[in-house]
Design a protein around this ligand. Structure first.
Ligand SMILES: [Zn+2]
Length: 202
């Protein structure tokens, strides 16, 4: 399979190419370009709001209606725990892509924290099973983190357990849904279909 190296990794280029375009706080760590886009704060806020809704409103309602056990952490602390656990799932997801790429011999060149977090390897266009492996690694690791959060919680109404369910559900959706096409599921579906078509036309 032919793959295209990312322009930012081509040493012959006189003008350095940014791995990530756009606005934000731009850092560099051992040759890895890190972009913290303004929309990253939106993701933190969204997790906090989800934590408030799930740990506060829904869990409190379920405690009354279904007799759920009282969580070990409540109130603002529950929102903080939920947010931190949810974001840990996101970080683990991107780390999963980076580690899978590393296992195939690809270097990590960019990390983006934004509304759509992402990592970029030194090759833009992985194909076939390589693409499936790297694309699936993120959601699979995120799912494992979700599982650990659920299993390690003292009660299933604990904010870390609820965040574990949210993290696992997000991972399953990003793995299974073929849309949008740039999502992990989209990449996996396209690579799998392309491999199948290639096999049958041979
Ligand atoms: Zn991903």
């Amino acid at each position: 399979m032919r793959v295209t190296p990312h322009p930012a990794t081509q040493p012959g280029l006189r003008v350095p190419v940014r791995v990530w375009p756009g606005w934000g706080l731009r850092l560099s760590f051992r040759g890895v370009e890190v972009l913290i886009a303004p929309s990253a704060f939106l993701v933190v806020t969204m997790h906090a709001v989800a934590g408030w809704a799930v740990c506060g409103v829904i869990a409190a309602g379920a405690r009354t209606a279904l007799g759920w056990p009282t969580p070990s952490v409540t109130g603002l602390s529950a929102v903080v725990v939920f947010t931190v656990c949810g974001l840990a799932g996101v970080v683990a997801h991107e780390a999963g892509h980076a580690v899978a790429g590393r296992m195939l011999g690809h270097r990590l060149v960019g990390v983006r924290a934004s509304a759509i977090p992402a990592v970029r390897l030194d090759y833009d266009d992985l194909a076939g099973w390589r693409r499936i492996f790297v694309s699936a690694a993120g959601p699979v690791i995120q799912m494992l983190v979700g599982g650990v959060l659920i299993l390690s919680a003292r009660a299933w109404s604990d904010p870390s357990s609820l965040a574990g369910w949210e993290t696992s559900a997000t991972a399953v959706m990003s793995l299974a849904l073929p849309w949008p096409s740039r999502s992990d599921g989209g990449k996996i579906w396209r690579a799998a279909i392309a491999a199948l078509i290639g096999r049958t036309s041979r």
